[in-house]
Write a protein that binds this ligand. Structure first.
Ligand SMILES: Nc1ncnc2c1ncn2[C@@H]1O[C@H](COP(=O)(O)OP(=O)(O)OP(=O)(O)O)[C@@H](O)[C@H]1O
Length: 869
């Protein structure tokens, strides 16, 4: 330390308090970074790394910097890379400072707490989430600082908590310090990977401290007045979020005005793999919005609407009344295409009010933001007028609850010019007529400028120098410039200030007097304008809660219009939601695949499921026939129905479903240390544990990740369990290539067989895509392999092997192949595991010559038959 300059000592002292951030250390017009920070930041930002003290005796110090007036993109880039940035400002005027200038960290920008547009995507929330665990309860609290939304919930097991975190998709996590333990770290890898992490010691999660933080943030509120006292563990997590907020934002975040809590039971539950498998908000292959259900459904025109729609997809409702209210609104809007167009036009001029509100509260909004707020609010009266005549309850409530915020609109209208500049301290923001003193100063400034123009003319004629000019620069202020050739003609009262190669610059007392007046006025104008702007911003911030409420209503309106637009474009029907058990879909389609299909017409299919005779449907059929598509479409239609959306079908009756489970495809998770088959079995186990009679279960080829015999046995037992165990008897769609499973329908009354029809033609198959009753007998795997382009020689060889396997089956039993040949009318040329023993019994009996049988032979025969059986 002793070798260091006082400034570096100050830097290191401040840095010690912010070890896991990159410290932006303000020095004049730059933010400088030193040492390890400089090395890391220069790499991420692609800027030059230099060295301080290179020539002197002291230690070499790596250094890099970014200009303070254009630091935003640099900060955004560091945040994007998952770093946190502490902004350290000079907190006293360097001109007045004795010794080293005082400096302080004024805020820490972190990935979970950014509010600048450059670091956010419009239709995605940006959450900071705290997870806390106490007595086997898992509390989650998450905040989007950019919009002020703060939600908490509590879950009873770790898997559900992790699934919820994945669904929320926070950018940054706060975890208890005990989670640094390697065992915990491993268990949490699914949520921690790729996210910024902060660990808090136990004292932060203290109930009294939490109550104090809540009272501070929410103006004296208590957990009870916020309606959150039923979620004690989640509240402690909320405390951690507030603690972090105080720590990083230094000031307050007044637009965070309440906490809303929710319970698992309020929503149709979807576990992590189901969300992924059904590609609700992102595709499996590329993780993109496009191609997902959200991508298809999103016809919103505001960023707020886009975020809300995502929430509706992630949290379908369980409350019949609320679903019907949404449906009523969608139906009414669907019936009025002209009105819908007008509403969309008006809404598309509404900026992201939630984020504007956030920036206004955090005092980071520019005058442009205020103008955008005014422009957006000015759309509200038109919107209200247009929905005023509608009948649906939700629309009437939306209308009543949307505050046009006239007072804010007219304040901004009066105070801020039409098209204000982005920079705040250069003036040009406040409108004429808003403030008397400002108007006077502006008059002086204008007049002063006019005076200078007149003075220039006067001096030209006095000196006879026609090229004489009065100019201005930052160093000398106003001056008179005369070319070298005319210098002899200058009057005596000219005072020389500067000599250039071919000109001289002068001032006169008269010029300086006016300069003072003009420049003094301009300085004052700039200061006054900034102060007035801050006043307007503060007055607007004080109405943050009202702005937030209106913003929420407009977002809902946008989503409802979007759902109506979708229903209109794609010809959807209104599902009848009911509390019973029957799920019936007529001519249902897969919403995403039908839209992607441009060449092949999407073939609609019917579905009927209930909790008695059609509880579990075994679906067989060739590869590529459309089994997965069919099952997913049933799940998606159910989910869309519970969101309040219309659905891709001619007609549908959907029971309230408490959970949708899917076990689809081979998704392995090597990162979590599980093989493909292990994941498959873990997901199946979770389904058997969690499914209820009100659930919908989609099982796509379970058991295929292991040997055929093991696979069939597991699939068989799982189907039986879901049928026999009434507590877990969920409505189930079960696709399989194990045709043996079709036999379950014989003994189990709730199990039915369906298959997806194909037609054979010249050794090829034609997919009809129609689901029909009965089991299939053939997988046509080899034909599909041929379609996929497997070499002809491989296809031929596969056919030979298949034939041998089929024949070999019967030879192994020791029975004559000829007899088997006569049996050819038997339904299945497919390798039949369970049919073999039956066939052998039958063959054996058929060959018995009863008339010549001795009693002993008869006895032996019975014994043999029993053994065969
Ligand atoms: N009803 C339909 N109408 C038109 N095309 C369809 C339909 N259903 C499925 N398809 C098309 O068939 C393709 C294969 O469907 P899907 O993956 O559902 O078959 P599968 O029977 O599950 O196959 P596998 O047994 O090989 O997994 C889909 O990608 C889709 O393009």
């Amino acid at each position: 330390m002793s070798e260091l300059t006082p400034m570096m000592r100050q830097y290191l002292e401040i840095k010690a308090d912010y070890p896991d951030t990159i410290l932006f250390f303000r020095m004049g017009d730059f933010y400088e970074m030193f040492l390890d920070d400089a090395v890391k930041a220069s790499r991420i930002l692609g800027i030059t790394l230099t060295c301080r003290n290179k020539s002197s005796d002291g230690p070499e110090i790596p250094l890099c910097g970014v200009p303070f007036h254009s630091c935003a993109p640099y900060i955004a880039k560091l945040i994007e890379a998952g770093e946190k940035v502490a902004i350290c400002e000079q907190t006293e005027d360097p001109k007045l400072a004795k010794g080293i200038v005082k400096r302080e960290v004024v805020k820490v920008v972190t990935p979970g707490l950014v509010v600048e547009d450059a670091s956010l995507s419009p239709k995605e929330n940006n959450y900071l989430l705290a997870l806390f665990e106490e007595e086997k309860r898992f509390g989650l609290a998450y905040l989007d600082l950019s919009t002020g939304e703060f939600r908490i919930t509590e879950l009873a097991d770790q898997a559900a908590a992790l699934a919820e975190v994945t669904c929320i998709g926070p950018r940054e996590l706060i975890l208890p310090a005990s989670y640094r333990d390697p065992a915990q770290t491993k268990a949490l890898v699914s949520i921690t990977a790729g996210r910024a992490l902060t660990y808090f010691e136990e004292w932060v999660y203290d109930s009294d401290y939490c109550k104090r933080l809540i009272a501070n943030q929410f103006k004296g509120a208590t957990p009870a007045t916020l309606g959150c006292d039923g979620l004690p563990v989640a509240l402690l997590a909320a405390g951690a979020v507030l603690h972090y907020l105080v720590d990083t934002q230094k000031g307050s975040a007044p637009h965070v005005t309440s906490i809303s809590s929710y319970f698992e039971s309020e929503h149709l539950l979807l576990d992590e793999s189901t969300r992924r498998n059904l590609e609700l908000t992102a595709t499996i292959s590329e993780g993109k919005r496009k191609g997902s259900l959200l991508g298809l459904m999103d016809r919103t025109v505001t960023a707020m609407g886009g975020r809300k729609l995502k929430q509706w997809i992630n949290y379908p409702l369980m409350d019949l009344k609320k679903i019907v209210e949404r449906q009523d609104a969608v139906e009414e809007l669907l019936g009025q295409p002209g009105l819908r167009g007008e509403l969309r036009d008006l809404l598309s001029g509404v900026y992201d009010l939630e984020r504007l509100n956030g920036r206004i509260s955090l005092a980071s909004a520019s005058a442009k933001d205020l103008a955008a707020l005014k422009g957006s609010l000015s759309r509200i009266p038109g919107l209200k007028e247009r929905i005023a005549g509608l009948n649906a309850k939700l629309l009437r409530e939306l209308n009543a609850g949307t505050d046009p915020l006239d007072d804010i609109c007219s304040l901004i209208e009066r105070a801020i010019v039409e098209n204000p500049p982005f920079v705040l301290r250069e003036g040009g923001i406040i409108a004429d007529g808003y403030h008397e003193e400002l108007d006077e100063l502006r008059a002086i400034s204008r007049e002063g400028k006019g005076f200078i123009a007149r003075l220039e003319a006067k001096e030209k004629s006095r000196t006879g120098i026609s090229s004489l000019k009065i100019r201005y620069n930052k160093v000398f202020g106003y001056y008179i410039e005369v070319t070298k050739a005319n210098v002899s003609a200058i009057p005596e009262d000219y005072i020389r200030r500067q000599t250039l190669a071919n000109a001289e610059r002068y001032i006169t007392p008269e010029l300086k007097e006016y300069e003072e007046k003009v420049l003094g006025a301009e300085d004052r104008i700039r200061d006054l304008e900034f102060a007035l702007f801050q006043e307007v911003r503060e007055a607007t911030a004080a109405q943050g809660e009202r702005i937030a409420r209106s913003a929420d209503r407009l977002a809902t309106l946008d989503v409802l219009v979007s759902l109506a637009e979708l229903a209109h474009d794609r010809g959807y029907c209104r599902p009848e939601i009911h509390e019973g058990s029957e799920l019936s879909i007529t001519e249902g389609r897969h919403p995403v695949i039908e839209e992607m299909h441009s060449t092949e017409r999407f073939v609609p299919n019917d579905t009927f499921l209930d909790n008695s005779e059609n509880q579990l449907i075994i679906i067989t059929g060739p590869n590529m026939a459309g089994k997965s598509t069919f099952m997913r479409q049933v799940a998606l239609i159910t989910l869309m129905a519970q969101m309040g959306s219309f659905v891709p079908a001619e007609k549908s009756r959907i029971p309230l479903v408490d959970r949708i489970f899917t076990r689809v495809g081979a998704s392995d998770n090597i990162a979590r240390g599980h093989s493909t088959f292990m994941v498959e079995m873990m997901e199946s186990a979770a389904i058997l544990r969690g499914a209820t009679a009100k659930s919908l279960v989609i099982l796509d080829e379970i058991g295929r990740g292991t040997s055929t015999f093991d696979g069939v046995s597991i699939a068989w037992a799982v189907a039986e369990y879901l049928h026999d165990n009434k507590l877990h008897a969920a409505k189930t769609l079960f696709a399989t290539h194990y045709h043996e499973l079709t036999e379950l329908a014989v003994t189990r009354p709730g199990i039915k067989n369906f298959n997806i029809a194909v037609r054979e033609w010249n050794e090829r198959i034609i997919f009809l895509r129609k689901i029909v009753p009965g089991g299939a007998s053939h997988s046509y795997g080899i034909q599909v392999a041929r379609l996929a382009g497997l070499p002809q020689s491989v296809i031929e060889r596969a056919k030979e092997i298949l034939l041998n396997l089929e024949k070999g089956e019967y030879v192994e039993g020791g029975l004559p192949r000829l007899a088997r040949g006569k049996q050819k009318s038997a339904p299945s040329p497919q390798l039949s595991l369970f049919g073999a023993a039956d066939d052998q019994l039958r063959e054996r009996l058929r060959n018995v010559e009863v008339t010549t049988l001795t009693p002993l032979e008869a006895l032996n025969l019975v014994d043999e038959l029993k053994r065969l059986l």
